[in-house]
Each structure stands twice: as C-alpha cells, then as structure tokens.
Design a protein around this ligand. Sequence first.
Ligand code: BF8
Length: 621
Amino acid sequence: AEVMAQTPDPAVRQMLVRMEQLGLETAFDRFDAQKAHCGFGLDGTCCRICNMGPCKVTARSPRGVCGADADLIVARNILRWVAAGVASHGARGREVMLTLKAAAEGRVALPIRGEAKARATARAFGIDDPAKSLPELAGEIADILLEDLSRSVPDVHRTLQALAPPERQAVWEALGILPISAYHEVFEALHRTGTGTDGDWENVMRQLLRCGLAFAWSSVLGSSIAMDILYGPPRRDRIAANLGALDPDTVNIAIHGHSPVLPMAIVAAADDPELQALASEQGAAGIRFYGICCSGLSSLYRHGGVSPLANAIGAELVLGTGALDLWIADVQDVYPGIMEVAHCFHTRVVTTNDSCRLPGAEHIGFDHHHANLDEVHALARRIVRMGIEQFPQRRAANVFVPRQVMEAEIGFSIESLTETFEGLPNLLAALTDGRVRGIVNLVGCNNPKVLYEKTLCEVADALLAADCLILTNGCASFPLLKLGYCTETALERTGLGLRALLGERGLPPVWHMGECLDNARASGLFRALADLAGRPIKEMPFAFASPEWSNEKGVGAALGFRLLGVPSYHCVPAPIGGSAAVSRFFHETTQDTLGAAMVVERDPQRLAQRIIEDLNVRAIG
Ligand code: BF8
C-alpha cells in the first residue's frame, strides 16, 4: 500500500492498482507476506554451511556447533554472496567471450564491429601488430579474457595487469589480494568457507577482496571488452521509455535478462522483410522490442528501436499490461514469479539459456556447450516468428497500458564524451573549477525494503541540486529514464554550475551508460579523469551509490569500486550487522587500506548529504 501511494512513476502506480484489481500478485505483495524478516538472516548470523545446524548466534549460543563465532559466520556468508556475483556476471561474460572467439574463427556468422576497441585492447595487452587482421586480434583477445576468467595455474591476471592503475596494483599486491582468475577465486571462496576450513574471519575478508578484484576485472571488465569488440561501441541515441511506449498495433516482444548474444540477433532478425511481411499478414503494424533490466538496456544502445520499460522487479507489471506477445528471458534477475502473470494473458514466454528455465515457458536453447552457435540467426528468426504468430491472440479487452512515456538520451561512453567535450580535459576543468562538484555512479537494483524508485530519485534530486553529475546503468537507471532525468529539461533540477556546463552542450545531467556491466564505463571514466588530473582515484571527487541494491552482484559491484578507491553509498544495509569486526572492516578498515569504505544511511536525504560532504572533502579545485 505504501509503495502504491508513494512510488514516483504514475505508470507503476496505475499498474499496481491494476494488478490488485486482477488479483495478480507482485513481488511487492510477496515481500509483505515475508515480513517480519528473520533477525539472524538480516544480521548474517545464521549459518547453514553444514547439516549440524542451522546454527544461529545468540547470547546463549554465541558459537555454532563447529565453534564458529559471529565474526566468522558473517564473514563466510558475505563472501559466498560475492563469489556468487563473480559467477553471475562471469558466466554471461563467458558467453560473449566464447562468441567473440567463434566469430574470430568464423564459426558463427557475426561481424566483429569494434575494431577500434580491439586495437586499443591489443595495445594494452602488448599483442598489437598492424599485420594482424581484426579476426586474428579478436581471437587472441578472447583467449586472454577467457584465460583470465578461468585459469587454475597461478599466473598474472592479464586484464588487471594491463588496465588497472599502477598505484592500485601496488596497493592490491601489498594486501596480497591479486586474483588468479574468476573461476579460481570463486572455487577458493567456496572451498575456504566450507566446514572447518578457514577459521579466521580476516583471512576470509582477504578472499572477499580477491573476489572483488576478479569481479571487477574479469566478470565485468573482461565481459565489457568482449561486448564492445563484438558489437562495437555504444551509440548515442534518443529513445522513448516507460509503458506508454508500448505500441498497441505492433507485435510486441520483451527482452529480459543479461546475456546479449541471442537477443541482439533477435532484434536484428526483425528487420528481415520476410518477417515484416508475416507480421503485416497477421494484422500488425510492425515488430517492436522492449527492454527489461540488463539485456534490454544493452540491446537498446546498440540497436535502435528498443524501448526500456521496467527494471527486474517491475517485470510483472509490464506483463500485467497484457500488451506483450512474446517474452524472451535469458539469465539472471528473471524472477520465477513472472510466469504466474504471463499465464493470465496471451503472452508466450521463451527461455533461451539452459541456466535459466521456467516451468510453463517454451525453451529454445542456445548454448556454447552444444555448439549451436552457427544457428544463432535461425533461432532468432524462429523466436521472432513465434511472437508474430502470437499477436492475433491478443485481446484488446485485456490490454491496459498506462500512457506515460518519456524521451531519454542514452549511450554515453568515454568515447562519446571525449567527442562531446572536445577532449576530457574540458570535463576535468569543470570538476576543478567547481561547476561540477563531483561525479556519482548512481546504479544498482531495487529492493522493496525501501520505497521503490522513490529512494533512488530522492538521492538523484539532492545530488543534482548540489551540482553532482550522475552516471547511471542497470535497474536504477529505469526511474531516471522514465521520469525525465535523462533529458536536457532535467537541468531545471540542477544547480547553476551543472546547468551552465551542460546547457551549452545540450546534455542531460544524468548520463545513461547502459546495463550493469557498463559499470566498466563509469570506472573507465573515473580512471581517465584521475590520470588527467595526475591524482590517484581515491583523491578524486567520485562516488558509487546503489541506494536500493538487492542482488549478490550488487555487493561485488560496490566492492569493485571501493577497491579502486571510490566509496560506496547505500540505503539498504548488507547482512553483516551481527559482527562488529566485519562491520568495521566494511565501514572503516578499508578506508585506510583502500581509501574507500561502505556507507549506509537508511534515509535517502541523509545518504545524499553524506555523499556531498565526502565529495567536498575530495574536491580538487
Ligand atoms: O545486473 S541492477 S537486479 S538486472 S544485479 Fe540485476 Fe541488480 Fe537489476 Fe542487471 Ni544488475
């Protein structure tokens, strides 16, 4: 009820009412039914690692059966979350790396579009040679990225070594946390958190830091490099966001998840005149695509004509419009709850990845293990055809589409910003003379523990009013897209400095960089500006904020930025409160060792004020 009254997007409010009228359950209802949450779970002091328990830490029983105390139990639990995050982003990164390799070797008919990125990466890896063809270079780079993802024999992590700031590499080496590979660090995290293995919570935290580096430099950056080489750099574009973008007359296909290879082919397949003709035979005025969470966002900036509708937790509301003919789900943040809603309408759900199946959905498997890569275009066409066939089943009487729609600018990257500002030194100058107070990467998931999308918008409003420039991606970026923060008109919400700087260039104050992997673009921009300023990142006015975070990947994302020296800010605490020692490690110790700590303030206004205060301390003017 609270979310229905207070969430800022009128389209979300209308859909929540609509769902209630139809008797359809949402994640928000299930959240309410879960209350009150178990205190041991919230504190991280419930241990389910072996079957002698579950053990919980109380005054009467301060240790588990094995003797693990609160510090160890909390440390092991949070390390397992971070390891899961490394695996999540890493698994879908692997798909793109494998696809890049296959494209380089001619095993899949996909063009390699990112020559500039391939050449720049090759230079960084020291393998550039003008005599090498683009496919040759792309293949070698894919091999390095895959090796960094999966090596088991100890060796240097080449992506990290080539691309991380030397100042940081020295810090990480001194802390003994340089990773071997993503696979190894996840393997080792599960190993050492197992029964009777690592009994030292501080040593468990060292593994957490190693996993954080594996997350940032393999799962995120390695994946991002592979995507940019395969698909080319993001394109700046203007798009229509929110449910009002749903066209009542077209075949409507939603793209939901994180693995871009098949979705990219699907969006491209719809341009096929044969499929277009089939659509019009069925009475449709065309074929349109809509983005849900990350694969939606990554296809959006690489291929025109994709409209972002909702973040992961809002997916049920999109299905509740009854206006989608086909729903394509790949991996991650595809809540099983969507099937209940899809069943109430004509919407056909197709899963495309064996890691993510949904009972009641049709499965059209696309995977590297069974090597049907060469069928990517055929599968894509088959899937689009399913959407077209489903269109006549749509019943106008079941369709309810809120009218809200908003124009938004997308596709910001270092490359595009360098062009817009005629060189990044001009952006740095604005940071130095105070027109820009600081740059905040405002990202992350949603969480019903705080008011949906409102928490994030309140933080954004306060930051903009204080002349902080905002970068965004992932689920957090949806309210910013839908509510006008990504258009030039949002300059009304900023202070004078930001307005002057951006107004003359016709830019919005929130720069949309894409999906969660595009944290790599934000950290790349931070690195580039710090290098230009001749300072380490930890001495620059930068911040990472994920006010509404909820996912295991979210712990890794924030940790990755803290490892760089960028503090992280949140309205939802991590489940570490049951250990004073681990809490101190997150909130204080890394301030000394890394130059950045985790800050939690449940009130969004206070969180924003804290960010602004900390940016002031780091001002470079
Ligand atoms: O990787 S913001 S809920 S959708 S974890 Fe997931 Fe969180 Fe959304 Fe994309 Ni990112």
